[in-house]
Each structure stands twice: as structure tokens, then as C-alpha cells.
Write a protein that binds this ligand. Sequence first.
Ligand SMILES: Nc1ncnc2c1ncn2[C@@H]1O[C@H](COP(=O)(O)OP(=O)(O)OP(=O)(O)O)[C@@H](O)[C@H]1O
Ligand SMILES: [Mg+2]
Length: 233
Amino acid sequence: MLLEARGLQVTYGPTEAVKNMSLHIAEGEIVTVLGANGAGKTSLLKALQGVVKPSRGEVFFKGQSVNRQSAAWRVRQGLVLVPEGRQIFVSLTVHDNLLMGAYTRTDNPEREIAAIFDRFPNLAKRRDMLASVLSGGEQQMLAIGRALLSKPALMMLDEPSLGLSPLLVQTLFKLITDLNRDGLSILLIEQNTHMALATAHRAYVLELGRLVLEGSTSELASDPRMAAAYLGT
Ligand SMILES: Nc1ncnc2c1ncn2[C@@H]1O[C@H](COP(=O)(O)OP(=O)(O)OP(=O)(O)O)[C@@H](O)[C@H]1O
Ligand SMILES: [Mg+2]
């Protein structure tokens, strides 16, 4: 198993954001975690990355317990989060944002940045512009490009489609599929249930911090409980 979490609990003061959550991601999978606002999706990702310390439970990456390892250590091992809201450096150029992603993991950053520009021609055209002038979609691509430069084995994406136009949402989900075909395992947090179920292999559904459904996306897409709560049918 590439990543496994057992009995994770995340609490903020009196709030139990994640309750007894277990999940696993095998190498080569796209797994999605679905749930409404406040369901605990971001808290779960933060606990997996190690930016939030779970009050209970254990995280294993590549078969090894990582509970006592820092977020930076996990990134160096290939566990990489693209956070909600993109969090790129708006006062740096597109190129320099990518360089920030490359610095820990590569001895030839310019060659690898060139490969990212090949994958994202829109970013290549804006290479020397400040990231602040990019559209929302371009900023999302930049955040993903930067994450790719740290050579992830598992990329975790927190609501990457949020705020994108329908056309860009299509582009984004095609990118996720392409990256997965190239060997990247992906954990995808989404509120776009339709697209996530069409793209991922398996899904977990959270409600108020608790796991309520899990299964293959083909099963869940036709599950009446899914249909009522998340597919608007
Ligand atoms: N730093 C924090 N301090 C206190 N409470 C928090 C903190 N972060 C999140 N929470 C609470 O924990 C619960 C889960 O929040 P979380 O952000 O994980 O949900 P989410 O599923 O990612 O929601 P969204 O879809 O809105 O991003 C919510 O009730 C939220 O208010
Ligand atoms: Mg969130």
C-alpha cells in the first residue's frame, strides 16, 4: 500500500473534524474523498501531510509509520499536497514559483522546469510574469506544476476545480488522468462529485468528519445513498 491511515482523528479544541477515519491508496490509483463543506476533507489531508497532528490514529507511507515525521520529511519522501486556494507566491514570477518547487528534489531544476513548461504551454507563455496576473485556472496549473517538481509518488489535491470555468474543469480532470497514466498516484478532494466519480477509481464519502460510504466509483455512482445526497437526483 502506498498510503494507509488507520483510525485518524483530528480535533481543534471542542471540534472533532475527523473521526476514526481509515483509508488506503494503492500505487497507481486515483482515490477521491467527497463531502460537503465542513465535512473534514481538508483536515484529513493536513493530517496525512503532517501539517496537523492527529489526536489519534496512524499514517503509513510506503509501508512505514510517518506519525513522527515532519511535513517536510514527508514531501521529500514523495507525499505532496497541493493545498486549497493554490497558495502560490504571487510576488514571484511563474518561473520562480516553479523553482521553489524544484529546489529540494532535483540537481537540474531548469531541465525539469522546461519539462513542466512543455506540459503547461500557457504557463510557458507567462514564464516571466508575476504569478499574481495569472487567471484562477493558470494559478491552479502552476500549483500543480510546482508540486510535480518535488517528484511526488502521491499527489494530494484539495479541491483543485474550485472556481474554475467548466472548460478548465475538463482540462484539469484530463490532466489528472494523464498524470495518473504516467504513473502518479492521486488523492483528490472534490465537491464536483460527478467529475470526481468519473475520474477516480475509488471513493470515500465523509459526513461531519465520519466515513459514511466507500467503494469503487462505478458502484458509488449508482448507489442510491449517493444519488440522494450528492448527485442531486
Ligand atoms: N484551524 C481550525 N480551527 C478550528 N476549527 C477548524 C480549523 N480548521 C477546520 N476547522 C473545523 O473543522 C471542521 C472541518 O473543516 P475542514 O476544513 O476540514 O472541512 P472541509 O471538508 O475541508 O470543508 P470545505 O469543503 O469547506 O473546505 C469544520 O467544522 C471547521 O470549521
Ligand atoms: Mg476544505
